[in-house]
Design a protein around this ligand. Structure first.
Ligand code: DGY
Length: 329
């Protein structure tokens, strides 16, 4: 029989570099999941009834049934800004604060968005493959022609922290910026000359559309057949938010039938996208394995914030970065 020692038991669903866990190692008994697990490891379920805290990744689904197995849970700390993998209402009903990591990944994600945008605009994956695979015969005056950013229209869907950071970067490339968001961003309008429009107008007018909305019922398949149909045949779609914001089947049709020119995706639905997925076969679709926040500094900061949230939750204090503040009444 497992005896609970006097330190709080914290389950870390997936291994993280040792040095990222310095903040909590001494104050907790840690149970760490196996490297190969692609979601919350089944074998850790038997420890849930003793768990005081959880450190999760966006691949761990925390719902009502899961929480029912963890009656002593005092804090869930998600090492991500997005919390669509967690049933926040179920946690709130049980009085469990949920931590996330806002802010620290804004710049890294905005940088990657610009990389995707530029790669798709200038057809980097196709050009690189041609060079590597022997199709570079001479300097081609009309070969590998891409789209100009200077003077083009960029549509930003979701002008939160990350959308705003993309707007600031893109302004330096001389694009005209439109954005669709329920709230106004007057600060950015002054700084970047961004103009707020509705989604239809944005889709009609943008040469580049980039998505930065959280995944919620209202944003699932926000970019569906109808939305893709409204875009220009020369348009580029970039998604660095959450995969299900785009209807992947409709996107495949849009790319094969020329409704839009190309797509660059850091996120897919499902994740990982299986290797035989038809989107991989399209030269006008660039797919990355969800690496928006993957810089050394950013991931370390995310882990630090996740540990701070855990520490606070275990100590009965308000989480410094809390995704369900209504838990505190
Ligand atoms: C997040 O934090 O939500 C990103 O998608 C992963 O860094």
């Amino acid at each position: 029989m497992d005896m609970k020692n006097d330190k709080p038991l914290v389950i870390i669903a997936h291994p993280l570099p040792e040095e990222w866990l310095e903040g909590i190692r001494t104050m907790c008994e840690l149970v760490i999941g196996p490297e190969e697990a692609t979601s919350f490891p089944k074998r850790l379920y038997e420890r849930l009834d003793q768990a005081d805290g959880l450190l999760t990744l966006l691949i761990d689904r925390i719902d009502e049934a899961f929480l029912a197995r963890a009656p002593h849970l005092r804090v869930v700390s998600n090492m991500a800004v997005g919390v669509d993998n967690i049933d926040l209402q179920a946690c709130t009903r049980r009085g469990i604060p949920v931590g996330n990591t806002p802010g620290v990944l804004t710049d890294a994600t905005a940088d990657l968005t610009m990389a995707l945008l530029l790669a798709a605009a200038r057809r980097l994956p196709e050009a690189a493959a041609d060079a590597r695979e022997g199709r570079w015969h001479k300097w081609e005056p009309a070969g590998w022609l891409g789209a100009d950013l200077q003077g083009a229209t960029l549509g930003i869907v979701g002008m939160g922290k990350i959308g705003g950071a993309v707007a600031r970067r893109a302004a330096g490339f001389g694009v005209r910026i439109l954005y669709a968001d329920p709230g106004e961003r007057l600060d950015l309008e002054a700084e970047t000359h961004a103009a707020r429009v509705n989604l239809d107008e944005l889709l009609h007018n943008a040469d580049f559309v980039t998505l930065h909305v959280p995944l919620e019922p209202a944003t699932r398949h926000l970019i569906d057949r109808q939305a893709l149909r409204q875009m220009k045949p020369s348009a580029v779609l970039v998604n660095a938010s959450r995969g299900p914001v785009v209807d992947m089947q409709a996107l495949h049709q849009a790319l094969t039938e020329g409704w839009i020119a190309s797509a660059a995706l850091d996120v897919t639905d499902p994740e990982p996208l299986p290797p035989d997925h038809p989107l991989y076969g399209l030269p006008n679709c660039l797919i990355l394995p969800h690496i928006g926040s993957a810089t050394q500094g950013t991931r370390r900061l995310m882990a630090e914030m996740a540990c701070q949230n855990l520490q606070a939750g275990l100590g009965g204090q308000r989480l410094p970065y809390c995704a369900n503040p209504s838990v505190y009444g």
